[in-house]
Design a binder for this molecule. Sequence first.
Ligand code: PMP
Length: 393
Amino acid sequence: MTERAINFGAGPSALPDSVLEEAARGLVNFQGTGIGIAEISHRSKEFTAFVSNLESLIRTQLDVPPTHKILFTQGGGTGQFSAVVLNMLARHRLLHPNLTDEERFMDYVVTGSWSKKAAAEARRLGGGKVNIVAESSHSIPSHDSFKFSSDPALIYYCENETVDGVQFSHEPSSPASFPFHLLPQNTLLPLVADYSSSFMSRKIPRLADHAIIFAGAQKNIGPSGLTIIIVREDCLVDVDAAAKLGAVPVPITMAYKTLADSSSLYNTPSTLPMYMAGLVLERSQELGGVQYFEELNKRKADKVYSVLKEGEAKGIFHGKVKEGSGSWMNITFGVLGEGAEAKFLAGAESRGMKALKGHRSVGGIRVSLYNAITEEQTDQLVAYMREFITENA
Ligand code: PMP
């Protein structure tokens, strides 16, 4: 493929060239059927076999246990801000029918813009009280500040804050890791995680302890329009029975049980994004799965953080996130000096590196290093950052 820029965008974001080329062929003729993927019935035997393979690609690579279903839907991460609340409130209502809304808690850990938005949606929907367990910006809160409710309907966190560049550490001993040790043992934890911008980029610590893990596809694994949900079986509840007991009613396509009972084919799914996600995940499986990407992504992030530090020492860059809480996927920093940010972006653009501008709500620079960004592309950015430091020091 010619004339492709290096796309450091935060999502939708870069996809592997080989996948795009194969998808282009599938758009014309899906698996030799003579019908393109955007045209074929979602109930055809070829497509349903493809969905079942997509499910098993995720299950194998993330080592998802049989206690958890893998579901596909639409509506993005934002759709799940609502769906997790509705389903988990229904589950809690069935477990504790006599609690009032004032006595029913939803615990939120707020580490940046996306978890803040999710908490706002929970407050908007009602049916329980939102308890902010811990809150911080530009860092993961220290473990001793976490104040969980007893027996909440859900405990919510965002593993990687895409806008702010804050991510929970992967090292269980790190103060920036998720404090699983503060939660009760041997219970079906109502733990919910937004993995939108880190799904399939590395292993998921304590996956089996989660009630729900969700992610939009448009960062590491495909185009927008597909949302992946991993749900523990006890969270596939009869939402209509819960509504009869007073729970907030759940739209039929948002009920996890509907999706599970129909193998994610209750209504027409996002066939083209599912197809492309399947191609991406087949390729990752061939490369060595999530383990391969974990090692690659760590090397990429280490290289960028290292040059960022060099720039900080020279007064050129300013890292926005506390050391230890920095994301492997989205690295955020400022360029110091009048007009310096625009100069940095223009220099990158002239070298074929695009979409480095930070989110409109926070400004600055954001480097997104999702799975499809290669180490060579990262090296090119690092070389440019080093050149920028030398020229401006
Ligand atoms: N959560 C996170 C961590 C995100 O990065 C995003 C999107 N960038 C969302 C939720 C919202 O996802 P969507 O746009 O698919 O609704």
